[in-house]
Design a binder for this molecule. Structure first.
Ligand SMILES: NC(=O)c1ccc[n+]([C@@H]2O[C@H](COP(=O)([O-])OP(=O)(O)OC[C@H]3O[C@@H](n4cnc5c(N)ncnc54)[C@H](O)[C@@H]3O)[C@@H](O)[C@H]2O)c1
Length: 336
């Protein structure tokens, strides 16, 4: 398996180093949510013609670099169209990421049909937002019985992505054990994991939670040769907003970043095998000319939090290796 060192904070990644697309040649890449939102197609059809979601932009860039992409999305029409266009570098598998069995099919197809029968890079990108309706947020009529909320944003963004993670770990570990294979997991997060976005309750919970997954997993993922990173788009130009709304946001001071910068950031992570345990934010060019920067807020460098983190690492001795649980009691304590 890839030989990775234990996670250690070494400061922010140098994002001025450009990605090397040649490293993607022959890699098998799964992108969930690799198409354009059906919400966009349904409600803003005129503006969606020729428009890409950031997943689709990524699929196109990775395929152009010689990777084999398995697109996992609900959007059959668009997915099949793009897969046909990019053949033989892409295939489409219809998948609702909330459905475990459908995700298993995605991973099986990625391995069966990729040139090296592998699964090297998984981009867990599928997600829905407040635009899909956050039924946790609206106030109930206090004279009527309380209304049980649907938690579909949690189901997709969190449960679906945890399924993707579980399957990625399984199939990464079945990789041919050769130097040219990778085990790279990238989560599409959001700036709301750092910036408060009022009324965005479920979405914020899920993107925080996924940042938490990255932080906790990086402590052991190297033991299985797996690296995990979090990519957080800020305000991204997207066909999901009407031009009027976009202009209104620009008037309020929003600087949009292009979808290409998200794809470039994914590519930087996917092609740099030293990167593990980082959060990168897609920013406007006025903040970082590369279009993204290391958030550098996932580590403690001094004081109580640093000391407590180090203590926790000494207390929790679990290793992510076969058979480790055998050394523990059912309650989780170490067997004497
Ligand atoms: N656009 C932004 O400004 C922005 C900002 C921060 C984070 N993000 C995140 O980026 C990711 C991609 O968003 P986007 O802006 O490209 O939106 P988008 O709506 O264009 O793309 C999302 C894709 O996910 C797919 N999808 C939705 N639910 C799915 C499910 N259950 N199973 C499989 N596929 C599903 C959709 O069909 C679509 O192709 C999401 O995780 C989103 O939260 C976007």
């Amino acid at each position: 398996m890839p030989n990775l060192p234990p996670y250690q904070y070494t400061g922010p990644v140098d994002c001025t180093i450009p990605p090397d697309p040649s490293k993607l040649k022959g890699k098998s890449v799964i992108v969930t949510g690799g198409m354009l939102s059906s919400i966009c197609i349904k409600y803003l059809p005129d503006q969606c013609i020729g428009a890409n979601g950031m997943g689709e932009t990524t699929v196109r860039k990775f395929a152009a670099a010689g990777a084999f992409i398995t697109i996992a999305d609900l959007n059959v029409e668009r997915g099949e169209q793009v897969a046909r266009e990019l053949a033989p570098n892409a295939q489409f598998v219809k998948c609702n990421i909330v459905n475990w069995d459908e995700q298993v099919q995605v991973f099986e197809a990625a391995i069966a049909n990729s040139p090296n029968k592998s699964c090297d890079i998984v981009i867990a990108n599928a997600g829905i937002s407040r635009a899909s309706g956050d039924s946790l947020w609206p106030l109930d009529d206090i004279n009527a019985p309380p209304v049980k909320p649907t938690l579909s944003i949690v189901d997709v963004n969190l449960t679906g992505t945890l399924y993707t993670w579980k399957l990625a770990v399984h199939y990464f570990r079945k990789q041919p054990d050769t130097e040219d294979r990778d085990r790279c997991f990238i989560i599409t997060g959001s700036m709301v994991a750092w910036i408060d976005s009022p009324a965005n309750w479920q979405y914020t919970c899920t993107k925080y939670a996924l940042r938490g997954l990255m932080r906790v997993a990086r402590r052991n993922s190297w033991e299985q040769g797996i690296r995990i990173n979090y990519v957080a788009p800020c305000y991204i130009k997207s066909a999901i907003r009407s031009p009027t709304y976009e202009a209104e946001l620009i008037g309020k001071g929003v600087e949009f970043a292009p979808q290409e910068d998200v794809a470039k950031c994914f590519m930087r992570v996917a092609t740099d095998r030293t990167m593990n345990g980082h959060s990168l934010m897609i920013t406007p060019a006025s903040i970082a000319k590369e279009g993204f920067k290391d958030v550098d807020m996932d580590d403690h460098t001094e004081g109580y939090f640093k000391d407590t983190q180090e203590l926790q690492l000494r207390i929790i001795e679990d290793q992510w290796v076969e058979g480790w649980s055998k050394g523990r009691t059912p309650e989780g304590g170490l067997k004497s």
